[in-house]
Design a protein around this ligand. Sequence first.
Ligand SMILES: Nc1ncnc2c1ncn2[C@@H]1O[C@H](COP(=O)(O)OP(=O)(O)OP(=O)(O)O)[C@@H](O)[C@H]1O
Ligand SMILES: [Mg+2]
Length: 364
Amino acid sequence: MAHSSVVSLRGVSKRYSEKVLSVDNIDMDIAPGEFISLLGPSGCGKTTTLRMIAGFEQPTAGQVLIDGQDLTAAPPYGRPVNTVFQDYALFPHLNVSDNVGFGLSLTKVPAAEARQRVVNMLELVGLADKARARVQQLSGGQQQRIAMARALVCQPRVLLLDEPLSALDAHLRQHMQVELKRLQSSLGTTFVMVTHDQTEALSISDRIAVMHKGRIEQIASPDALYDSPESAFVAGFIGASNLLDGQVLHSVDDQVTVGVGALHLVARSRGPLARGSAVTVSLRPEDLRLGVRADSQPQATGRVLQRLFHGRALRLQISLPGIDSLTLDVSREAAQGQALYPGDEITLSIQPGAACAFAVQPTL
Ligand SMILES: Nc1ncnc2c1ncn2[C@@H]1O[C@H](COP(=O)(O)OP(=O)(O)OP(=O)(O)O)[C@@H](O)[C@H]1O
Ligand SMILES: [Mg+2]
């Protein structure tokens, strides 16, 4: 059978103990050359999933296929996969060049070719001049690049990265995100990266698997996750969103009118919802506008509770009849010189098509 996926997870679960189901029946297909991120809050099963692809953990159920071959039971060294660990795990007694060449020295690659590959890889990560340096003499960002070079020199089909940039300060981290993307594009290697930083995942991934309590909530491109979240969890986790309690007033196909406080909102839904049922409505702060607009949904009048200066925009917390707090981003142009301080009254309107409604799952 022809297979277009490099990595396929089929019904993969991991249970460490009776009580802990860390990964709960996940399916995922990763295409050649894709940059995929596993994103989710602490403890949702990201590292466990990555370790099962790497072969450091055995699934309790399900299969791990690489290039269509069932490698569920194969040890890490029996898989065309390399891992970059969170702490880099460089060898302190070896210099930079020997660190990068270590994996190759365990293979049948002839010594001359191995040396050349190390030189090429150091050039690719911009550290050719550090070949003889000791790893302790390098900065955090340089050590990170060495860890990348060491994993990539073996030319794996898939590179697995667990929070590869988490040890770096914010500025260097942003710089390394660009580097990571550049490296991945130039080599065409499939990358699977674990992160809990949504900005990082959104900026460099082709697709993101959003995980929650051991399950994949949604796997999609950054744009699709941002514009069309399929659950209230994804809407709340990706970007900033107001999540409001509401009740369905009426519903036709994938459009629903919801009562939220004193507002009647038209929202998108994933199919019809029962009249009277409880929903969570997500609304992004940038989709709320100051003032009355002809093309917008019913306007509302509220009061400013708090004002935060965010450079080009002001972030306002406001209260509306029946809604305790709503976050609204106002560009400085749109504010038009209005000070917008706590206590001020404002009128706002909602961008058509911006709200999404999700059925509230009954709690068991
Ligand atoms: N070796 C282990 N033995 C028992 N439980 C474990 C083990 N490893 C992980 N777990 C549990 O499995 C769940 C998922 O852990 P995992 O490390 O995959 O989370 P994560 O999403 O990577 O979180 P973080 O962002 O904090 O790194 C957690 O509840 C964790 O306590
Ligand atoms: Mg982890």
